[in-house]
Write a protein that binds this ligand. Structure first.
Ligand SMILES: [Zn+2]
Length: 457
């Protein structure tokens, strides 16, 4: 039994690691989940995803989704398959993106399962059923969900539609941050402030590192492109389809249209990223003021001379025949699946080429090996000796860095009773916990996976 003025928070996933976010918030009356993400490691789907949930899905009343990235949504159809029939809520933008993200993810999971002789995690019916349960709440709309609970979505500034989810009950407030954007970003509005939360459950992907400034990152990108033109090579950039792709296209658009780099062919070789970029175009009313002003001068922020999209696999294979120099953007962002892996097989063994890493790379992924400087890797079972240059720009991260995470908590520090630091590798989370305690004097804590805490709520 949980006392009337308490709620129990359990850290079911996304603790001690970046992916697999899953938090249970409950009392005797109601069970709420926040996010139900896929864990991603060596494989697209880490074996841990196959294990049963540490709660009974049929008993869960609500599932709230912070944003459409697969590490926050990728196990929802499994939850539905295993009996969840409650309500799913997110912003309308998140729902729209999740439809294509989950369809794509389902295909990758199916392919991987067939390859390994396993049953797929879920199928098209489970995905369809998921969206029958999925409703939307716009930003800044106070919503009573019964049981004395109110919910409110604030803009997290991380990807289109991303939200921080606030729950209020008995005059107490808890905020689940989801992922926090690297504001200011070229397209999205800034992360909103949190000033009155009793409890924060926050991400810490870059809890122990700072990014380059926005100016440094653009200069570095320009240098990498100029270098590849000089060496007549191929530049490959593993990108996440949601947000990272659109930010890089925006920056390439700026570099090309301001004549800062030559008009080399640029290929966006990802059907998913192409679809998501179209959704960004459609939903540009969500952009920040600067991007809206840019749109008045340039009616397409994501296309420029010599830019090509390749949807079919034939078109994708044809890129190989294009003369150098050229630039290829493809997913997945961590090289644990998708077309990028084919390009890595083709291009990493040649010293004329460069691979540019611009996102977080999960432990165990090919992307992590590359960024860690491993020279001999296996791609589709074939040994590859990496001779291509490996460059890295953290500034394109869509996550706040250590300094900005501390700044984010600062506004809430005078009232925060406890700050739970999760969604990061342990080292990163612990580093941030220490910083929050030292700089702001807040009661910061890094829970263990599976740990439960009782909150006054
Ligand atoms: Zn995210």
């Amino acid at each position: 039994m949980i006392e009337d003025n308490k709620m129990r928070l359990t850290f079911c996933g996304g603790v001690g690691e970046v992916t697999g976010a899953n938090f249970l918030f409950e009392n005797n009356d109601v069970k709420i989940l926040v996010d139900c993400g896929l864990e991603q490691g060596t494989k697209y789907c880490a074996p841990k995803n196959r294990a049963p949930f540490p709660y009974i899905p049929a008993e869960v009343d609500f599932l709230f989704i912070t944003h459409a990235h697969i590490d926050h949504t990728g196990r929802i159809p499994k939850l539905v398959k295993e009996g969840f029939r409650g309500k799913i809520y997110s912003t309308p933008e998140t729902r729209k993106l999740a439809v294509i993200m989950l369809e794509d993810s389902m295909k990758l999971l199916e392919k991987e399962a067939i390859h390994e002789g396993l049953e797929p995690l879920y199928n098209a019916d489970d995905v369809r059923q998921t969206f029958l349960l999925w409703e939307t709440i716009p930003y800044h709309t106070k919503t009573d969900i019964g049981h004395g609970l109110e919910v409110f979505f604030k803009d997290a500034g991380h990807v289109l539609g991303s939200s921080m989810i606030e729950f209020t009950r008995n005059g107490k407030k808890i905020v689940f941050t989801g992922d926090l954007g690297n504001s200011p970003t070229p397209l999205l509005k800034d992360t909103e402030k949190i000033v009155d939360a009793d409890y924060l459950v926050m991400e810490s992907v870059y809890g122990d590192r700072n990014h380059e400034t926005h100016e440094e990152r653009a200069n570095k990108l320009e240098d990498v492109i100029e270098d590849i033109v000089k060496r007549r090579g191929t530049l490959i950039i593993p990108v996440f389809s949601l947000e990272k792709t659109q930010v890089i296209l925006y920056e390439l658009n700026q570099l090309v249209e301001n004549d800062r780099v030559p008009q080399v062919p640029v290929f966006l070789d990802s059907p998913l990223a192409i679809k998501i970029t179209d959704i960004y175009r459609e939903m540009s009313q969500n952009f920040n003021d600067k991007a809206k002003a840019d749109l008045k001068r340039d009616n397409d922020l994501f296309a420029f001379p010599n830019f090509h999209i390749t949807t079919t696999s034939e078109e994708s294979k044809h890129i190989l025949t294009y003369p150098n120099p050229k630039i290829i953007l493809a997913g997945s962002g961590m090289s644990n699946g998708g077309r990028i892996v084919h390009h890595e097989l083709n291009y990493l063994g040649d010293s004329h080429n460069t691979v540019l890493m611009i996102g977080y790379q999960s432990a165990g992924t090919l992307g992590r090996q590359i960024v860690d400087g491993v020279k001999d890797v296996k791609i589709f079972g074939e040994p590859v000796h990496i001779k291509a240059r490996v460059e890295k720009i953290d500034g394109y991260s869509s996550h706040k860095d250590s300094e900005h995470l501390v700044q984010f908590v600062e506004d809430d520090a005078p009232v925060a009773k406890k700050v739970f630091v999760v969604m990061g590798e342990t080292k990163s989370s612990l580093f941030l916990v220490q910083k929050l305690r030292d700089y702001l004097g807040v009661n910061a804590y890094h829970p263990k996976e599976g740990e439960s805490v009782l909150l006054d709520f």
